[in-house]
Write a new protein. Structure first.
Length: 72
């Protein structure tokens, strides 16, 4: 049986603030095509997730060439 834990308003706000910072650590912006990309691990395999320009904000994210532009 699952136990449900009540979160205070302060805890909810802190969780929301951290989720944006975590996304900035995971996501990268390609300086060539301005797309946002990340590498994810699914079942031990590394997968590549790409979002075209304009779908996600690029402010505060690391700049690194995506696999498509790097030619890998």
């Amino acid at each position: 049986m699952q136990e449900f834990i009540r979160m205070s308003a302060r805890q909810k706000n802190q969780k929301k603030e951290r989720s944006g910072k975590k996304a900035d650590e995971i996501l990268n912006v390609c300086p060539n095509c301005n797309g946002v990309w990340s590498e994810i691990s699914l079942g031990g395999d590394k997968c590549y997730s790409f979002y075209p320009k304009g779908v996600l904000p690029t402010y505060g994210k690391k700049r690194e060439a995506c696999k498509k532009c790097a030619g890998v």
